[in-house]
Design a protein around this ligand. Structure first.
Ligand SMILES: Cc1cc2nc3c(=O)[nH]c(=O)nc-3n(C[C@H](O)[C@H](O)[C@H](O)COP(=O)(O)O)c2cc1C
Length: 153
């Protein structure tokens, strides 16, 4: 089991968006975004099943999961690989729902998915290989997104 570092925890809490990969019955990948990905404790992540029938069905058959969380500005993040447990009733689900209500999630929650993180590895853009710093990348991509907004406004 991997212990999440402070930066790994920060990245998840700051982004509030992860891409969750599971394995379909035919072996093909399934990847879908979850805005509820959060840190549950030092070794576990959690997300809410609000409308994720494919992810949940896959995890019931095969609990293998990978979640990628990447900051679009600094072009870095982490990939968390592990096994998932679906919590779809009882007091444990009540606790998970209360956790998400506290964070402001208003949608109906069908189940909670607790992920035991087995490995956590950094994801770093090749832009860093060219000597760019985090601050420079942040600034570059902020400008990029600001420009896009002004062209559609
Ligand atoms: C930005 C974003 C965040 C989302 N967050 C969640 C979430 O936290 N939980 C959820 O169940 N669905 C969430 N969804 C919706 C699912 O990703 C979407 O319904 C997807 O098609 C489910 O696919 P799946 O059944 O293969 O998981 C989100 C979608 C987007 C675009």
């Amino acid at each position: 089991m991997a212990r999440l570092t402070e930066d790994m925890r920060w990245m998840v809490e700051h982004q509030r968006l992860g891409f969750v990969a599971t394995v379909c019955p035919d072996g093909t990948p399934n990847l879908s975004p979850k805005g509820t990905v959060a840190v549950w404790d030092a070794e576990h992540l959690v997300f809410a099943d609000i409308h994720s029938p494919g992810t949940v069905a896959n995890l019931r058959r095969n609990p293998a999961v990978e979640i990628n969380v990447v900051d679009a500005l600094s072009r870095r993040g982490y990939r968390y690989k592990g096994t998932a447990r679906i919590v779809d009733g009882g007091e444990e689900l009540d606790g998970i729902v209360a956790f998400f209500r506290e964070r402001g999630t208003k949608s109906p929650i069908r189940a909670g998915v607790i992920v035991t993180v087995e490995t956590a590895a950094p994801l770093v853009s090749p832009a860093y290989d060219q000597g760019a710093t985090e601050d420079e990348l942040r600034e570059r991509w902020l400008r990029h997104y600001a420009g896009e907004r002004s062209t559609v406004a």
